[in-house]
Design a protein. Structure first.
Length: 269
């Protein structure tokens, strides 16, 4: 598979239900070697721990077998045993080359960090598996700073209320992964929101409102964590409560009218 095909495959495979994708050695072997190198060098995929099971390829059943490690003084060898009595009699204990157990991963958070870095934003991003959107920060425009939010389903970037599909923004040029800055700049400075319909006609206003609300909640959480760092607990002093932090946030512009009680309900420890 060519690098552009691999990039599209990875982006289309990331969803809220499957917020991370684990790739086996056999999967990446279907790619061109250059495609694998580019994905790794540009941090789209990262190595993770070796596989604990492997798909047997000795017969058409393709059973999933547990990998059994055996440690020796200078190395560790890996084996698997077919559970089918007939095949076990024919094959016996199978030696598994260590390179076949290598794995790589791409995740929603990993992608969010990468996009934030490409936009020159902070890569200190908080994300949980059930989140439907991630606030990446804000970019400067002619009309002031505009929020940037990554929507998980579908995988889109919300910039100044414009909705841009991620698979139309990310691309490779030479050996570098880039973001289409022309589309980003256009979205940042656009005055009429209806013009964004060309990007994704399937996203309705309800989804946009949800994304904006999630971005506001995320900004509260980030400010809460910042205030906690700036106000460490000191001995012989009462510990500041979540309500105290919420009250401080309620006085800030990012509160957007939210009361201290409502902010307290949203904040997570």
């Amino acid at each position: 598979m060519h690098v552009d095909q691999v990039l599209l495959l990875l982006l289309n495979s990331l969803t809220l239900k499957s917020h991370k994708l684990v790739l086996s050695c056999f999967s990446v072997n279907l790619w061109q070697e250059q495609a694998f190198t580019l994905m790794l060098d540009n941090k789209l995929i990262t190595p993770i721990s070796t596989a604990k099971n492997i798909q047997c390829r000795y017969c058409e059943k393709n059973c999933t077998l547990d990998v059994i490690p055996h440690s020796y003084p200078n190395k560790t060898r890996y084996y698997a045993v077919c559970e089918d009595p007939i095949m076990h009699e024919q094959v016996g204990r199978m030696t598994i080359p260590p390179e076949q157990l290598k794995q790589w991963q791409i995740s929603i958070k990993q992608l969010a960090v990468l996009i934030a870095e490409l936009l020159g934003l902070s890569s200190d991003i908080s994300y949980k598996a059930d989140q439907k959107s991630i606030s990446l920060g804000a970019l400067s425009s002619k009309a002031g700073r505009k929020s940037v939010v990554l929507n998980v389903e579908p995988l889109t970037l919300v910039v100044n209320q414009s909705i841009l599909p991620i698979n139309e923004l990310l691309y490779f040029e030479g050996d570098k992964l880039l973001l289409d800055r022309d589309k980003i700049e256009h979205a940042l400075n656009i005055k009429q929101p209806p013009a964004t319909k060309n990007y994704s006609p399937n996203i309705d206003k309800k989804e946009l409102r949800k994304a904006k609300t999630q971005a506001m909640y995320q900004s509260w959480q980030e400010e809460y964590e910042k205030l906690q760092r700036e106000n460490p607990h000191k001995p012989n002093q009462p510990k500041k409560t979540k309500g105290w932090y919420a009250y401080q946030i309620s006085k800030m512009p990012i509160a957007q009218g939210g009361s201290a009680a409502n902010i307290t309900r949203i904040l997570k420890n």
